[in-house]
Design a protein around this ligand. Structure first.
Ligand code: BEZ
Length: 211
């Protein structure tokens, strides 16, 4: 069955470009992004992996580790890494799992047979420090992902995990946020002493809480 939000992210042991990975141990106490790409030595995937390498510092400052995966073997991953550095200007600086037996791909339902019965689609899982799935998104092979959007969602997930707020459409870090409807005005006064704007009784807008 497909993984759902709130499910525990399945643990696994797999070979990667950084050696053997025990997934939960590798995640440690922080956040993680596990993403699949369809195939090594393909154009869109090459641009995606270069972009993720460029954003490594942005993930790290949010306490997020990133790990990629495809069903290609380790030798291909290693050979392809040179092309990524040459063409995208960023060397691979995060592990790429080699999953030729599709063990991890099956655990995470990354192969969608009606799209392609052998290759992984472009899956993304954001996993919280409690090892639960906080976000999953799936793109087809023909569409490269927007990893700035993944960072934006992580900002929202980390903020809403700490404070009783939600983030509105197109929210970006620093923008106003929404007080969750389950919080009474009385309790909101304690949590948001600087107040809020009531647009509707269910739509209360306040400044983003400081971390
Ligand atoms: C690509 O990364 O360009 C790609 C991979 C598999 C199918 C289609 C495109």
């Amino acid at each position: 069955m497909a993984l759902r939000l709130g499910d525990e992210a399945p643990n696994f042991t797999a070979e990667s470009t950084d050696g053997t990975i025990q997934f939960h141990e590798w995640l440690g106490d922080g956040w993680g992004v596990l993403f699949s790409h369809p195939k090594d030595f393909t154009p869109v995937c090459t641009t995606e992996l270069g972009r993720v390498a460029a954003l490594k510092g942005d993930f790290a400052k949010r306490n997020v580790k990133v790990i990629g995966l495809s069903v290609d073997p380790l030798d291909d991953h290693r050979a392809w890494a040179g092309d990524i550095e040459e063409t995208q200007g960023h060397a691979l600086n995060f592990p790429l799992i080699a999953d030729p037996e599709r063990k991890v791909a099956d655990l995470y339902d990354m192969i969608h047979p009606n799209a392609n019965d052998t290759l992984t689609v472009r899956s993304v899982f954001v996993i919280g420090p409690d090892k639960k799935v906080k976000l999953s998104i799936t793109y087809p092979a023909s569409t490269g992902r927007n990893f700035d959007e993944i960072l934006r969602v992580i900002d929202s997930l980390q903020l809403t995990a700490k404070h009783q707020v939600a983030t509105p459409v197109d929210w970006r870090d620093g923008d106003d946020v929404i007080i969750v409807p389950s919080l009474s005005d009385e309790d909101a006064k304690k949590k948001f002493p600087n107040g809020w704007k009531t647009v509707k009784p269910y739509l209360r807008v306040t400044a983003q809480p400081k971390s």
